[in-house]
Design a protein around this ligand. Structure first.
Ligand SMILES: Cc1ncc(COP(=O)(O)O)c(C=O)c1O
Length: 348
């Protein structure tokens, strides 16, 4: 019996085309030692990613977390302050990396569906006074995971970046799911990060590559990011093995994200039929349900679903909310089956 895995889009496995791309690159003898810059597949991926993101240069990193940390280390110094949204990945889910590895002081603020408004940013920037840490960066996540894959539109991002730049701050976009936002808005991904100084995108979430993320920005930023990656042990040797599927991810998998968004809407309409279950309206491929009015909590729901070969995360950080993530390995039939099981468990 098939296991339906709604825990994350990170569980997607590589496609046949990705494996074929690895074999082709091997046959063409394109792998080399990327620490000394000799893997031509890595160069191809980085050039392609820079172009897609509208930036001068790009760098392959091992993960989204490493990409966010590298971007911080390249642009902020120990003792400086970074404005973060209070439920963002960089603040909550990166094991305190910005503080422990960068000596950076996170200043959490409340977002509007994850968006740090220009007014919020303005009031978060510390005044220039020896008593305060100097505020030098802001991170905006897009889409915003904990807000149900909420999209930060280009005008919103521009307005935030304008305030940041007027105050001498660098702007980093945690775009782990930037392509979901771009596809949902029908605009090129680069438009969403036109005014960001750095951006990180993941190849290994909805795009289904097995490993890897990209950071992009100016040549100068990438020069510094390269050193930061080295410091974090992220220099990789024949990294073309990772880059080859990454190229397929960028070329063939972005438009496919539309299917995930359609399936998430199907999930929304199916679950909305269940009495007393609160279903938050999704914008992309992430949907949160809330069990506040039901007798079951999210950990119990996780256990109950597991007995039926359905996997969800009852992350205690999300409280009574349970996150469901739709991706390439979840079909329409899986969603209908899942909704029926939910009805059965919750007594719909
Ligand atoms: C918004 C966001 N940023 C960053 C990351 C980190 O990516 P990784 O798991 O590759 O370190 C994630 C992972 O789920 C994420 O959801």
């Amino acid at each position: 019996m098939k296991t339906i895995d709604l825990r994350s889009d990170t569980v997607t496995k590589p496609t046949d085309e990705m494996i074929e791309a690895i074999v082709r690159a091997h046959k063409e003898d394109r792998f080399g030692d990327d620490v000394i810059g000799e893997d031509t597949v890595v160069h191809e991926l980085q050039d392609k990613a820079a172009k897609i993101l509208g930036k001068e240069a790009a760098l392959l990193v091992t993960s989204g977390t490493q990409g966010n940390v590298v971007s911080l280390l390249a642009q902020a110094k120990p003792g400086e302050e970074v404005v973060v949204e209070e439920r963002s990945h960089s603040y909550i889910h990166e094991a305190g990396a910005m503080a422990s590895l960068g000596g950076l002081y996170p200043k959490p603020v409340k977002g509007d569906r994850g968006y740090i408004t220009p007014e919020t940013l303005k009031s978060a920037i510390s005044i220039d006074n020896p008593h305060y840490a100097k505020t030098t960066m802001v991170i905006q996540e897009n889409t915003h995971n904990a807000s149900g894959g909420a999209i930060i539109g280009p005008e919103q991002f521009d307005a935030l970046a304008d305030v940041a730049h007027e105050n001498g701050l660098a702007v980093h976009c945690d775009g782990a799911r930037l392509f979901n936002a771009a596809v949902a808005l029908d605009i090129p991904a680069k438009r969403l990060v036109e005014r960001s100084d750095s951006v990180m995108v993941c190849l290994s979430k909805g795009l289904s590559a097995p490993v890897g993320s990209i950071v992009a920005g100016t040549e100068d930023f990438i020069y510094k990011a390269h050193r930061a990656r080295k410091r974090l042990g992220g220099g990789m040797r024949q990294a073309g093995l990772i880059a080859a599927p990454g190229i397929v991810a960028l070329e063939s998998m972005v438009e496919r994200l539309r299917e995930d968004h359609e399936n998430t809407q199907l999930l929304y309409s199916q679950l909305s039929r269940i009495p007393d279950l609160i279903v938050e309206e999704p914008e992309t491929n992430i949907l949160f349900i809330r069990l506040d009015n039901l007798k079951i909590n999210s950990m119990e729901l996780e256990t109950e679903l597991k007995k039926r070969n359905i996997l969800v995360y009852g992350d205690p950080h999300f409280g009574t909310r349970t996150r469901l993530v739709v991706h390439r390995m979840v079909s329409k039939e899986d969603i209908l089956h899942f909704a029926n099981e939910m009805e059965d468990i919750l007594g719909g």
